[in-house]
Write a protein that binds this ligand. Sequence first.
Ligand SMILES: [Fe+2]
Length: 396
Amino acid sequence: MATAVAQQPPEIKFHAGKVRHTSSPLDRAAASAAAHDAAARAFAPPTSVPAYTPSTADVSDLLANSHVHTSPSLGTEFRAPALAAATDGKPSLSIRDVLDDEAKIAALARLVSERGVVFFRDAIITPKEQEVLVHRLGLAGGKPPTSGIHIHPYTLQGEEHGDGILKISSADQGSRALKRQDQASILNRHKGNLEWHSDISFERVPSDYATLQVRKLPPNGGGDTVWASGYDAYERLSPATRAYLEGLTAYHDGSHFHDNISEHGQRLRDISRGAPENTGPELDAVHPVIRTNPTTGWKTLFVPRNFTRRINELTAAESDNLLEFLWDHVASNHDIQTRFRWEENNLAIWDNRSTYHARTWDTTELREGTRSVSLGERPFFDPQSKGRREALGLDK
Ligand SMILES: [Fe+2]
């Protein structure tokens, strides 16, 4: 019988190259120790700060259109025409206004990195256009020219929309070959607080931007997505804790994808997954715990729950406890979050470096969409960079 394994399985820990359910402290310590050994073999993060130039693109033209900041912490939504006319009467910004305008692309990249996530309520867009858009946002945000579109290890040859689009579905796990079983029983169903993640942080070159359009909606609602700000997660920590975390590194691991796919009689694709650094069967990396977003120059907390296994400079017990604290810090502080209820022709664009997100598993109805993920830079930490509130002169 195939084991129920989720794409983002916080209850399933890396252990000696295998995936297994862990619940006891001894199991967690063993998994953490194995992660520590694996981290020693994995890529190290850059030892020096790479050259980077934060974007100076002007976002005021975009914000002249009808919009609302969905929370003070993060999230900006561009209204559809009917709601724009019924509220402030300003023009409605369609994603089609942006697609062919280089200045708007540059401004949108800056805005997404500032606000964490941007929503378009008027977004008739094909999967291929999603892919082109997110790659151009990445280039405008300053990513290396060698970083392209991520090809998820789940992606099989001949997928419906090509290599650059991952189908997000309540029925399968990113590939038509991997039917979901993890939602069938209340015993396996994800708890909301365990869903928080940033896409593909197991890659040596992880994501800068991502786009998602939900194209098949549950008829009675449900399946909302919630985002949380990594900038505020960092700045809501005390100065003493921030100083302690700066310079620490964490081991990120996606090795369970090998087990997931082999259980279904498939072979994981070990071609280049969109960047030369992301080639081969290894699905792990070491990244700084506090990283600098080069598009804004702001510090952010980077410990996405689904793939972060171990803080390398600490003992297993210290690492387990600190990670639990930081994951809870992100999941339980609703004042650094924003929630989006999907409707037809909506598009979300987010910065995976400075946000976390979580799908809501509150319906068994089919929910399906298309996601495209741009690859950014190798994560780094610049000690000279600032927090968002500090850089903007906001209240701390
Ligand atoms: Fe995701």
